[in-house]
Design a protein around this ligand. Structure first.
Ligand SMILES: Cc1cc2nc3c(=O)[nH]c(=O)nc-3n(C[C@H](O)[C@H](O)[C@H](O)COP(=O)(O)O)c2cc1C
Length: 367
């Protein structure tokens, strides 16, 4: 009850100040432990308590990993982390669009940098040896780096030991030219260097590429072909969009749009990615991100091919019980549709309309 009051207060404060306040509050343990349904699953050979994770950007500096677990998340992706600390773009750089249940941000990788964050994660690992939360570490280059590929490989080298998976962010719209890594030649060069770095390490966790929802089908095909060819583990679909299908007065602000208006865009890319993978007879893991806000939207992502799901913006609007609510609603769908194993329905829908129909009418099993 007091959380809903607290959330109302937060919505009146400037978004970045509110965010920093929330980080401070939860870091100091002022958060109830929320009991959630367990949906254990294994993806990329990693055991997750449930498929719902916190997307990158919320805990940029790895300050609240255990507290995120208390909220019920099965995994958390910290970052984006760069080699050197970075201020990011001038403020204001985060805008709430409540009538669209969306956010526009143009943060520009503001973070504490490799050295400090690595120490924090090391301490977290030391103190929480038996914690079940899985940790993704999301990495990217400094804005003015003269060799961006070298930044990625250095960060892989430094974080490989501490991550359950590494996310290579090539899709933030707020670092100039970063999205050029989606083009064939640049992507190939990046993947070849990443592969070389992996080969130097004794142990490397799964590596996933976080892509843009604004990617063209041609680019997507090439990205998938190279990812599969070099045996990387998967994709995160997707980051924020530069498109604007929103009503808010802030729609002209530059930056990446997240939340409900991103749901269909990112799900279409997810469907296309699964189709391309089926066509080449390959399977890699996909974490689906973008506009997930309830059990229905989470179920649609699974039907369209998600192995795991992440969210960020809906937590800003719905509060800390979001994971519990999604898992409860997913469980109701599981019972209604007689699903023994979520894996059985993954990728069952070939279009977003088909997925909506299943969610509305239930799963009619073909005999
Ligand atoms: C304020 C804010 C900051 C973000 N920062 C990052 C980031 O540093 N790195 C990243 O890969 N994604 C970042 N994202 C994108 C999210 O991880 C996610 O991909 C996107 O918001 C879509 O999910 P959602 O609709 O559930 O929010 C950020 C999103 C928001 C709203």
């Amino acid at each position: 009850m007091y959380w809903s009051f607290f959330y109302k207060i937060l919505s009146l404060i400037d978004p970045e100040t509110a965010h920093n306040l929330v980080i401070k509050i939860i870091k100091n343990g002022f958060l109830p432990k929320i009991k959630t349904k367990s949906i254990p699953l294994k993806v990329m050979n990693i055991k997750f308590e449930n498929p719902i994770g916190l997307a990158a950007g919320f805990d940029k500096n790895a300050q609240t990993i255990d507290q995120i677990h208390k909220m019920g998340f099965g995994f958390s992706e910290v970052g984006t982390i760069t080699v050197f600390p970075q201020e990011g773009n001038p403020k204001p750089r985060i805008f709430r669009l409540p009538e669209d249940k969306a956010i526009i941000n143009r943060n520009g990788f503001n973070n504490d940098g490799l050295t400090l964050i690595k120490n924090r994660i090391k301490n977290f690992r030391k103190k929480n040896k038996f914690s079940n939360i899985k940790l993704g570490i999301n990495i990217g280059p400094n804005k003015d780096s003269i060799d961006r590929i070298k930044d990625y490989t250095k960060l892989i080298h430094e974080f490989a030991k501490y991550a359950d998976y590494l996310a290579i962010n090539i899709s933030s719209p707020n670092t100039p030219n970063l999205r050029k890594f989606h083009s064939d030649k640049n992507f190939k060069n990046l993947i070849i260097s990443i592969k070389k770095e992996i080969n130097k390490l004794n142990n490397c966790p799964p590596i996933l590429i976080k892509i843009s929802p604004d990617v063209s089908n041609t680019e997507l095909k090439k990205i998938i072909k190279e990812t599969v060819k070099h045996k990387l583990h998967g994709l995160i679909i997707s980051n924020t969009t530069i498109k604007r299908n929103v009503k808010s007065k802030y729609k002209k602000e530059t930056g990446g749009l997240s939340g409900e208006p991103l749901f269909e865009e990112s799900t279409k890319v997810l469907i296309m990615a699964r189709k391309i993978l089926n066509d080449i007879g390959s399977h890699i893991s996909v974490i689906a991100t973008g506009g997930v806000h309830d059990g229905k939207s989470a179920y649609i992502k699974i039907l369209c091919g998600a192995d795991l799901i992440q969210l960020y913006t809906s937590m800003v609007y719905e509060g800390p019980f979001i994971v519990k609510n999604i898992l409860d609603q997913l469980d109701r769908f599981r019972k209604r549709d007689n699903i023994k194993n979520w894996e059985d329905v993954k990728g069952l829908a070939k279009s977003i309309d088909e997925a909506y129909k299943i969610v509305e009418n239930g799963l009619i099993k073909k005999s």
